[in-house]
Ligand binder design. Structure first.
Ligand code: HEC
Length: 93
């Protein structure tokens, strides 16, 4: 039984390490992240984010502020979605 649980965990963690779910990111974003600002902020003159790492940190910050209690892979998905559609930074990892 333990082995089955461990295999499941491995499967889940390896998929979330290597592939971001952009659809999931968009859904989470559109549902939770346009309350205080819209996605226009990301491409406006006021946008301050200059790297993927900073974007990831900012998503975490906003997520905490909004008290959403997301898992790391949800932060990853939303960061990847925003990056793919707005900032377009190189992902260095
Ligand atoms: C409680 C209000 C609030 C919520 C909810 C919120 N944000 Fe923010 N967000 C802010 C504020 C305030 C700023 C700073 C705006 C500024 O720098 O002028 C910001 C800035 C950002 C930036 C940086 C924009 C830039 O380039 O400077 C990103 C990216 C971002 N938010 C993403 C998100 C995401 C993703 C979510 C959903 C998890 C989210 N926000 C939800 C308040 C919020």
């Amino acid at each position: 039984m333990l082995r089955i649980i461990m295999t499941c965990c491995l499967l889940f963690s390896s998929t979330s390490l290597f592939a971001f779910d952009l659809e999931n990111g968009k859904a989470l974003h559109d549902e939770n992240c346009v309350r205080c600002h819209t996605d226009k902020l990301y491409t406006s003159d006021k946008a301050k984010i200059t790297s993927y790492e900073k974007l990831h940190a900012r998503v975490r910050q906003c997520e905490l502020m909004a008290e959403l209690t997301w898992f790391d892979d949800e932060i990853d998905d939303v960061t990847a979605y925003i990056n793919a559609n707005f900032y377009r930074f190189e992902i260095s990892k």
